[in-house]
Design a protein around this ligand. Structure first.
Ligand code: DI6
Ligand code: FE
Length: 397
């Protein structure tokens, strides 16, 4: 299949824009990309009518699978109760844990598919999904199974993270060490044994787990051959990012309170900084992530929806790109790199996120003139078609 008459944002260095380009796809992979005038022969030639091609989008941080709703907490927060206060009063993550434990796999899958469909309508071809609303072994496994199964129902690649260290479950409220033992000695080995997780995540925060507790989880992850990532410095600066860097983490996520030392640590370890403007927006956070320092240190920046029922009920990656520009001062180019090449890197995937020969043929086609047009509007979706593994899975070509 040869796609011709398009502008290709290859994301190889900046936008890596090739105007009036063609892309040859063979066996689910990109075989060639370049100016249309130099394009190779092909049987199946598709005229893309001047559309913009980008890599299929990657959402590298979501909590897509969960039960229940937290709309009432949204209302509470608007009357001045804080996210941390709600969590300490037994709401927040704990409330979603109760709902998720009580739901069947089929119910969890049904609600997750509805949310997934919103994301897929905006050109997404890879999504990361975390567990962390079960906290006991069976529910964590249930969540990860549901997450993996979604790729059987929709044209999308699912990458999973085990987030056992998300919150302290009520049955361990007087035994923190006991819960960390359960995560490290029972659930993580089961999850790894069944190959249900591609990485291990944790929430290192005053209302969640300490640096020392997180270290234990990371040690167990490495013992089972799994890479790590971390919810770090979201509400305060505990130094979680430094710990993550010491474990060669794929990413540190949120990082509003990351300091210079933390930036230097992740720059040295090649860890991706994942910014989550949806949570910043919903929590009306005042502290912005240190974008200028990250840029200066050459840290790759990704952005993601953080789709979850509490701090970020955001179901739009395009909106997230816009928020990253308006709230954090990213350029539209950084925003697009943040949901393509750098998001893939945050998941440890080197076979996608750019349009170059050998990469997976995951491509989004847009009714847009320039790549900068994607982050610019709010609530407008210029998606025209999606190719996943070399097949047209959405729109007509
Ligand atoms: N940080 C987040 O943004 C989500 N988890 C976390 O550790 C929020 C989860 C929730 O509020 O349900
Ligand atoms: Fe999160």
């Amino acid at each position: 299949m040869l796609l011709t008459h398009l502008n290709a944002a290859t994301m190889q260095g900046g936008y890596g824009l090739i105007e009036d380009a063609a892309i040859l796809i063979e066996g689910g992979r990109i075989a060639w990309v370049g100016p249309k005038a130099e394009s190779p022969q092909a049987d199946n030639i598709i005229d893309c009518a001047g559309r913009l091609a980008t890599p299929g989008l990657v959402d590298c941080h979501t909590h897509l699978v969960y039960g229940g709703s937290r709309a009432h907490e949204f209302e509470q927060r608007l009357t001045g109760v804080s996210y941390a206060e709600i969590a300490r009063a037994g709401g927040g993550i704990a409330s979603t844990v109760r709902a998720t434990r009580s739901q069947s796999e089929a119910d969890l899958a049904a609600s997750a598919l509805r949310r997934l469909d919103s994301l897929l309508a905006e050109g997404m071809t890879t999504i990361e999904i975390k567990s962390g609303y079960g906290l006991d072994r069976d529910t964590e496994i249930k969540m990860l199974k549901v997450a993996r199964e979604l790729s059987q129902w929709r044209p999308v690649d699912v990458v999973t993270s085990y987030l056992g260290a998300h919150a302290l479950p009520p049955e361990f409220k007087d035994d923190r060490a006991g819960y960390v033992d359960l995560v490290c000695n029972e659930v993580l080995p089961a999850v790894a044994g069944q190959k249900l997780a591609d990485a291990v995540d944790a929430f290192c925060e005053g209302i969640a787990f300490s640096v020392e507790e997180t270290r234990r989880v990371f040690e167990a992850a490495h013992a089972h051959g799994l890479p790590v990532k971390l919810h770090a410095e979201q509400l305060s600066n505990l130094g979680g990012a430094k710990l993550a860097a010491a474990f060669g983490a794929l990413s540190v996520d949120h990082i509003e309170y990351l300091d210079q030392e933390g930036v230097e640590a992740i720059a040295a370890s090649g860890t991706v900084a994942v910014l989550l403007p949806g949570a910043f927006y919903y929590l009306r956070e005042k502290q912005s992530p240190p974008v200028a320092t990250l840029r200066k240190a050459g840290v790759p920046i990704a952005i993601a929806t953080d789709l979850n029922p509490g701090s970020s009920p955001v179901h739009s990656i395009l909106t997230t790109m816009n928020m990253a520009c308006v709230l954090f001062g990213l350029t539209p180019e950084e925003a697009l790199r943040g949901v393509t090449v750098n998001a893939a890197k945050a998941l440890g995937l080197s076979d996608r996120g750019v349009i170059t020969p050998g990469m997976k043929a995951d491509i989004a086609l847009w009714d847009a003139e320039r790549p900068g047009d994607l982050a610019y509007p709010l609530g407008f979706n210029p998606l025209s078609a999606v190719i996943h593994n070399g097949e047209v899975v959405r729109g007509m070509l």
